[in-house]
Design a protein around this ligand. Structure first.
Ligand SMILES: Nc1ncnc2c1ncn2[C@@H]1O[C@H](COP(=O)(O)OP(=O)(O)O)[C@@H](O)[C@H]1O
Ligand SMILES: [Mg+2]
Length: 161
């Protein structure tokens, strides 16, 4: 069997990133851990915000960046979500105190996961964002080795464009 490959997509503006987020959200299940890498301003929060709104089917939901609080929870009657930003998180051994894994059914989004390197091994989806050649564009790489359909469907959507 061939090794799973990452899927790369270029979004030319935030609207396209939101479209990508909606598509990705369809492949996110209870208990999934989704990591988001990339520099400040790359669009990690923008992507997570759109995925949370889509998962909860609440387009007007406020999803602020959890930079200062580290973790913000969201839920409806069916889905629990945690959105973490570990940018200011310094002590890897204190990760348990954040309660990220208390509910095995919660969907977890983590920005700045490099602060806790072992999260990589647990991840279901790893998304890496980079600035494109202009300020609006972003190069987005999605690696989801356990979700082959996500990659196949993403490719279909993009090539239909
Ligand atoms: N193609 C794009 N995808 C995502 N965000 C974009 C894009 N183009 C411009 N932006 C802007 O870049 C900023 C990304 O900010 P944010 O999501 O907070 O970044 P991060 O969480 O990675 O620090 C937002 O102001 C957003 O409007
Ligand atoms: Mg952010």
């Amino acid at each position: 069997m061939s090794k799973p490959k990452p899927f790369c997509v270029f979004t030319k503006d935030e609207n396209e990133t939101v479209l990508l987020a909606k598509l990705l959200a369809r492949h996110i299940n209870h208990g999934d851990l989704v990591l988001l890498n990339g520099p400040l301003g790359a669009g990690k929060s923008a992507l997570v915000r759109a995925m949370i709104k889509s998962l909860l089917n609440q387009p007007d939901l406020e999803v602020p960046s959890p930079t200062f609080l580290l973790v913000l929870p969201y839920q409806n009657e069916k889905i629990s979500i945690l959105h973490a930003d570990l940018y200011r998180f310094e002590h890897e051994e204190e990760i348990e105190e954040l309660g990220l894994f208390d509910n095995p059914d919660a969907i977890i989004f983590v920005e700045w996961p490099e602060r806790v390197p072992w999260l990589m091994q647990k991840a279901d989806i790893i998304i890496s964002l980079q600035f494109g050649p202009d300020n609006r564009g972003r190069q987005i790489e999605i690696f989801a080795p356990k979700k082959p359909k996500l990659i196949a469907n993403s490719i279909r959507v993009i090539t239909n464009d």
